[in-house]
Design a protein around this ligand. Sequence first.
Ligand code: NAI
Length: 330
Amino acid sequence: MNPMTVALFSSQKYEQASFDTYLEDQATISITHFEQALTAQNTILCKGFDAVCVFVNDTVDETVIKQLDELGVKCILLRCAGFNNVDLAAAKAHNIKVCRVPAYSPEAVAEHCIALMLTLNRKTHKAYNRIREDNFDLNGLLGFNLFQKTIGIIGCGKIGLALVNILNGFGANVLVCDPYAEQGAYTLCELDTLLSQSDIISLHCPLNEQTHHLINEQAFAKMKPGVMLINTSRGALIDSKDCIKALKSKQLGYLGLDVYEQESELFFKDRRDEIMQDDVFSRLVSFPNVLVTGHQGFFTQEALNEIAQTTLQNAYEIANQSPLSNEVKL
Ligand code: NAI
């Protein structure tokens, strides 16, 4: 049997090692790594491949899927949990299977949320620079206890729940808004209650038509003045322009982002020699109470191992025509 050929896009050095480790049976699957993201302009690279393997910022819309079909590609292997960048209807229409990695260490993302919360709150990033310059002044570094603060989690699936467990350890009062969540070690409530009562709000719901710009001008108006907002889910959950207004009016007191609406134009590359074209992003990072990381919530060794293992398992299942454990369907 010929090996299943996979074109892996947006390939980074740090993940190639994990794939090499878990690619035990080289005779069954062969992977070619492409550094560039998949777009409608470069789908020709997929010619002769059975599968494409993509990450969060690759384009897998109707146009790309039609081209993939014409080139003979049979499946799309997502190296991530979210599938908002894939047109599932088009995939179905072209009989292209889509598989994902449903969870790769939810704890990795939950722990990164805590890093954002504590850094914004206790300003350790500023303290680090001050001490290096022999500046031992504490003015401007004042924080607050997480103990007994109200922390609202929007979307309590795998990552939200991992965060709830950590926050309960801090002695925080945890509110959850999730239409599908069951009772747990938190108080379930409606979105408006969560927005108006929380000292910190953290977003963990998927991006879809219902949740697009969930956090907009109206939502900010319902929040406590000086609230902290953390987004490690998907950028378009927040209306970035409304966010800037809320920061300028001080309604939003702290903002921690690991994701950004237009991140596909920016993230995962060294752009120091380029001129920043995104004025909204430039404005966001100019605020002293905003901390942005470049979609690194998942980025632990444990998660990289899980991504490689599950992606290869998905590929093996397709190659062997076995039942698919992680298929994404409409
Ligand atoms: P999950 O599917 O386990 O949980 C999502 C939860 O959101 C579910 O419980 C669902 O009921 C709930 N939900 C759906 N619609 C909602 C709404 N309108 N309001 C409130 N809750 C709603 O997903 P998981 O694994 O917890 O991931 C959450 C998100 O985190 C993913 O969609 C993905 O976009 C993002 N993510 C980010 C990573 C990063 O590196 N920053 C890594 C992995 C995932």
